[in-house]
Every structure is written in C-alpha cells, then in structure tokens.
Design a protein around this ligand. Structure first.
Ligand SMILES: [Ca+2]
Ligand SMILES: [Ca+2]
Length: 156
C-alpha cells in the first residue's frame, strides 16, 4: 500500500494525495505507517566460561502478537563474560506488552555453554524497559539440565 500511495501522490497533487489516503484507510491490513523499534539488552554473567560465540535467538511473546527467531547479532562479539550487549529490530507490527521471552543458542564455537543473567526488552515508542529473569542461568549441554533454550519470565 505504501508504494501505491507514492505513485498516486506523484501524479496528481492534493486530490490524488487525498485519494491515496482514503485508499490506505480502506485497507484493513495497514492501520498506519508506525514503525516500532524493539530494543533488547542481554546481560551475560561473570562466572568462568560464561561467554559464548554461538548464534543466539530470541522469541518475544506479546499481548498483541509474537515474533519468533530474532537473531541477536550486532556485528561484534556479543555474549562474552560479564558483557552487556544491545540489539534492536524494527517492525511494523506492534506486539503489545511483551510478557514472556524464550532465548536459545545453537551450541557453536569454542566452549559454547552460555551463562545468561537476564534480558531487558523495550518497545519504542512508549514502553518502559521490561526485565526478564533467567532462573536457570546456564544454556549449556554440559551444565545444569543440559538445555540450550530457556523461557524467561517478566520480573515485577
Ligand atoms: Ca562458554
Ligand atoms: Ca561471543
């Protein structure tokens, strides 16, 4: 719809602009052009071998929808021992209030076991940062229960 709007707007001035807006308003799939930025902050713990070079993914569960398999990749070397790593992704979808997250990794790299402390998520505009606890810290095939995926619950 955004492309159609621009084509109509470019050929006919105000009347075409108005028809473009009406066209947009008539489409149930496009409520508006709002873009939502989701900021995700990941805190790795400080115990020995806490860091990982594995590929990490997060699923966000919101009151208005879910977003699965978001790759947490910022071009650097995230998830090292004691590190705080920041990621963001932009979407037309408003997921509402994020109430749960699930984070996992693919166990790649040297000593891939990862000691995750907690995760924070914020949607811009308008939301405060929400903290998600990780009660079973290791995501490691050789620690705790050997799981590399954890469900994270919102902290109150
Ligand atoms: Ca490790
Ligand atoms: Ca790393």
């Amino acid at each position: 719809m955004a492309i159609a709007w621009r084509k109509i707007g470019s050929v006919g001035g105000a009347a075409a602009l108005l028809s473009g807006l009406l066209l947009g308003a008539a489409s149930p799939a496009r409520a508006d052009d709002t873009l939502y930025t989701y900021r995700i902050v990941v805190y790795t713990g400080s115990v020995n071998n806490a860091g990982t070079d594995a590929n990490v993914y997060i699923d966000l569960y919101g009151t208005k929808g879910n977003q699965m398999d978001i790759a947490l990749d910022n071009g650097g070397d995230p998830f090292e021992r004691g590190a705080v790593d920041r990621f963001s992704f932009v979407s037309h979808r408003d997921l509402g209030d994020i109430w749960q997250a699930e984070i996992s990794h693919d166990n790649r790299g040297n000593k891939p076991g990862w000691y995750l402390d907690h995760v924070e998520v914020k949607r811009e505009p308008a939301q405060a940062m929400t903290s998600f606890a990780n009660t079973h810290h290791w995501l490691a095939v050789d620690e705790d229960d050997h799981q590399t995926s954890r469900v994270l619950y919102k902290q109150n």
